[in-house]
Design a protein around this ligand. Structure first.
Ligand code: ADP
Ligand code: ZN
Ligand code: MG
Length: 489
């Protein structure tokens, strides 16, 4: 029997608010702030305290829900999810359950097979837990609790079981991270744990309308872990079904070191969270006017921008994707194109994805920090398009611009880099090189035609890189032809 994987994803994303979800404590960087330095009686779960909803967290959640084209509930409810664990001081997490903030959305993805939508089941608000650090040595073993993260606003996004390949899973996960960053709701710093995935994986016979039994892999903190763990589960289930076994519903963890999933609990041990409406919070009402204001404040979304870059600028999907991966870079590209309408957008794109990307890599600077403005890059490209400097010179000039921040025109003038297209001068250089290398000339004339490029290089060197390459090529061809005719005659 032919089986097909079915994958549904739950995404937990911390929201970039200044304060926590239900109290005034600041949201701090866990790797920087001393443990338990951003904690108050509310987020420490002291009896008698009362939560208050963070309006900014709701606004950020609305941005995501709108971008995912969800239906947004005019009124949603917070609920208590009860369980006992050391990172959860109240003994329950405030979440949303039967009445979430938003439902029925979709996110477009692009794979080798084309474009399709992955449906979003729900988007809801909750609070993060504290962070546990387990210490164990031969003498003792204990766990440390840091409540700085307890109560940080968390957005949960749940998909329908719509993905069938690892490629789709990766495209969706990366697309979601990109969207969250573009919306300004999450930093996307996955190594800091600000986005976590849970993958639900099952197999069913190809074409079957029924879903197979699923397992859920918890706490996947990187794309790599998400893909590896899912691939591993697909293989395990495939092998089990081939052996005629059935799949047990269970919750799994992922071990990054051994690259294997391990069982955390079976269906029988599943938690009963005893959800009930949070009595300390009123229903969350979202007025129309607020929703309209948030909708009007959304940036152009990644998929729309990708499409526009292809149609408006004639870029390939790959180049467009490279540029929009960082909106600062996409903006830079568009401003440069505007600055030099006479230069093809594709040429501008090639300079950015080639020379500028290399510089960003090498210098560690971000696009916002580089010393070359879009207008300054535009000026350089104008000099090239007008034939004032050749391509090689332009690369040298750009490198100097990136280091010093000086303008292209100034560098060209100061260093005498202007391209030389004086025909007599070029003819003179070519003749000089041919005279200086009688042996190579003889070899060339006897049929070693590959020496053409070598001669070209020699003349360019003599011209200190400033000769118009087109003209130089023609002149070299002409003089070699003449010699050839003499040689044979
Ligand atoms: P919970 O994990 O809290 O029980 P749900 O039952 O709503 O929540 O399912 C969570 C996720 O599991 C969703 O992303 C959903 O698409 C996915 N899912 C549900 N059934 C299957 C299945 N048979 N195979 C793969 N994914 C599934
Ligand atoms: Zn607090
Ligand atoms: Mg789940």
């Amino acid at each position: 029997m032919q089986y097909e994987p079915v994958i549904g994803l739950e995404i937990h994303a911390e929201l970039l608010t200044r304060s926590k979800m239900f109290c005034g404590c600041p949201v701090v960087d866990l790797t920087q702030a001393p443990p338990n330095s951003a904690v108050c009686p509310v987020c420490a779960g002291m009896p008698g305290t009362l939560p208050v909803v963070n309006r900014q967290a709701v606004e950020l959640a609305l941005r995501v829900a709108l971008a995912l084209e969800c239906q947004i509930a005019p009124v949603s409810l917070f609920a208590r999810k009860n369980y006992f664990y050391p990172d959860l001081p109240k003994g329950y997490q405030i979440s949303q359950y039967e009445y979430p903030l938003a439902q029925h959305g979709k996110l477009p993805i692009r794979t080798m097979d084309g474009e399709r939508f992955i449906r979003i089941r729900r988007v809801h608000l909750e609070e993060d837990t504290g962070k546990l650090t387990h210490v164990s040595s031969e003498k003792e073993s204990y766990s440390l609790v840091d409540l700085n993260r307890a109560g940080v606003p968390l957005l949960e996004i749940v998909t329908e079981p719509d993905m069938h390949t690892l490629e789709e899973l990766r495209a969706f996960a990366e697309g979601m991270r990109h969207l969250l960053r573009v919306l300004g709701v999450n930093s996307g710093d996955m190594e800091k744990g600000v986005i976590r995935f849970e993958a639900n994986v099952s197999l069913h016979p190809v074409g079957s309308a029924e879903l197979g039994t699923r397992v859920e892999i918890k706490n996947l903190n990187s794309f790599r872990a998400l893909i590896r763990a899912t691939a591993y589960q697909i293989e395990q289930q495939m092998a089990a079904l081939q052996r005629g076994e059935t799949i047990e519903q269970e919750t799994l963890g992922w071990d990054d070191v051994s690259e294997m999933t391990f069982s955390q609990r079976s269906k029988e041990e599943a938690h009963d969270y005893r959800y009930f409406p949070e009595p300390d919070l009123p229903p969350l009402a979202v007025e129309r006017s607020w929703l309209e204001r948030v909708a009007a404040s959304l940036p152009e979304l990644p998929f729309a921008r990708l499409k526009r870059f292809q149609t408006q600028y004639g870029l390939s999907a790959e180049d467009a994707a490279l540029l929009i991966a960082e909106y600062a870079i996409a903006d830079y590209f568009e401003e440069t194109v505007k600055a030099v309408p006479q230069v093809a957008a594709r040429v501008v794109a090639a300079w950015i994805t080639g020379e500028l990307f290399a510089w960003l890599n090498q210098s560690g600077e971000r696009m916002e920090e580089i010393k070359v403005s879009p207008a300054a890059l535009g000026e350089l490209l104008r000099l090239v398009s007008q034939g004032e400097i050749n391509l090689n010179t332009a690369k040298t000039v750009l490198s100097e611009m990136l280091h010093s921040g000086h303008a292209a025109g100034q560098i060209v003038a100061e260093r005498g880099l202007k391209q030389i297209s004086d025909a007599d001068q070029i003819a003179h250089w070519v003749a000089q090189v041919l005279i200086a290398h009688p042996q190579e000339l003889e070899n060339y004339l006897s049929g070693k035609e590959t020496l053409f490029n070598w001669f070209f290089g020699q003349v360019m060197r003599l011209a200190e890189g400033r000769a118009d390459p087109q003209q130089l090529r023609q002149e070299l061809e002409k003089q070699l032809q003449t010699r050839k005719a003499n040689h044979q005659g």
